[in-house]
Design a protein around this ligand. Structure first.
Ligand SMILES: Cc1ncc(COP(=O)(O)O)c(C=O)c1O
Length: 350
């Protein structure tokens, strides 16, 4: 039966409104209706996937360009985390984010820029790291971002100073403490960003945009990206394994700590009303620290070569995280299909 043209017009309008509305509905809310986890859209998904031919690598390699994610002054994996962190800060009645990182922190910059857009101040406790041109650029962007910056020589000195920073912030804000976020935004709330991305990947596989990867390879700088992927892939029913390339030795970061964060995120989901039974064990992922070089931020010959290769592949990488991860993809020549997560998202405006 066909309706009248005015009925058809009304139906078309309704479908259009529903489609537009669905743009803002995270997949996590679809999978767990009623889950009490606020979310805001900070980027456009899905991020693109495409095959790449890497000279000397026999297996089928795909790239998911997470660098495209982020509609503000910075992009990449940190923005995925902020989609959950910023509304959670508001829900907790906070007006300030307090977080930590190296002096070239991508995370701190993303938090400062997107926090500012959403009415939050950002206070950063930063620790020295090896300085190169990339770190200098980051420092300039951080100073322009409006973040309040405290700089220390070591993690130990930052830890000593943290109570005084918190006390000063509480005095400024009528006794209200800032919302503390660990390095990289890798709290259970931030980790939801990569549970969501795993669901997005599952939808792309179902749509035939790429084959189900045997392995997804991602940098591990604080663990949230890998932890969210492990949990999300499990919840989505995919067999894809996660290989995390550990590039940070400032704190313990291995399969045990990543699995713990994944389980903390599953617990958060349960607490907020999602029926999640999954338990992640350290055997559910591989964390490989063999590509870091001397320390966090130190350059490696393999990383430098991978930066050059990135130009040929048309992906934007940086030396600290993503170049070392691509170096591992090239050298390990894993059984395919392999999915390389390109998580760096510079923006020219910063
Ligand atoms: C560009 C880039 N890729 C990957 C990572 C690692 O992600 P995660 O901190 O979630 O382990 C980071 C930050 O740590 C990053 O800045």
């Amino acid at each position: 039966m066909h309706g009248s043209s005015s009925e058809n017009g009304a139906l078309a309008r309704t479908i259009r409104v529903v489609c537009v509305y669905r743009v803002g509905v995270p997949r996590l809310h679809d999978r767990f209706p009623g889950v009490d986890l606020p979310h805001i859209d900070l980027g456009v998904s899905p991020t693109p996937v495409r095959p790449v031919a890497i000279p000397g690598v026999g297996s089928e390699v795909w790239v998911k360009d997470e660098g495209r994610f982020g509609s503000g002054g910075w992009g990449g994996n940190k923005v995925r985390k902020l989609e959950w962190i910023i509304p959670e800060a508001h829900r907790r009645g906070k007006d300030t984010l307090f977080t930590v990182g190296g002096i070239g922190t991508h995370w701190g910059l993303a938090a400062a820029l997107y926090g500012r857009e959403h009415g939050l101040r950002t206070v950063l406790g930063l620790v020295d790291q090896p300085i190169d041109e990339h770190v200098r650029d980051q420092q300039r962007a951080l100073h322009a971002s409006g973040a309040v910056i405290h700089r220390y020589r070591s993690v130990a000195r930052l830890k000593l100073a943290a109570p005084a920073i918190l006390a000063r912030e509480a005095l400024r804000s009528a006794g209200r403490l800032p919302y503390y976020l660990p390095a990289g935004g890798s709290s259970p709330v931030g980790t939801l960003g990569y549970v969501e991305t795993a669901f997005e990947l599952a939808d792309q596989i179902a749509a035939g945009d790429l084959p189900e990867p045997a392995t997804v390879v991602a940098a591990v700088g604080s663990g949230g990206t890998a932890a969210g992927l492990v949990l999300g892939l499990r919840l989505a029913g995919l067999r894809t394994r996660v290989l995390g390339i550990v590039v940070n030795d400032s704190f313990r970061l291995d399969a045990v700590t990543v699995a713990r964060l994944a389980n903390g995120t599953a617990e958060l989901l349960r607490d907020r009303g999602a029926a999640v039974g999954a338990v992640i064990t350290p055997d559910d992922l591989v964390a490989d620290a063999g590509w870091m070089g001397a320390t966090y931020g130190a350059s490696t010959p393999e990383g430098t070569a991978a930066l050059e290769l990135a130009g040929l592949l048309g992906v934007d990488l940086e030396p600290v995280y993503t170049a070392k991860t691509l170096a591992a993809v090239c050298a390990l020549d894993l059984a395919g299909p392999v999915l390389f997560l390109a998580t760096h998202g510079p923006r020219s405006a910063v």
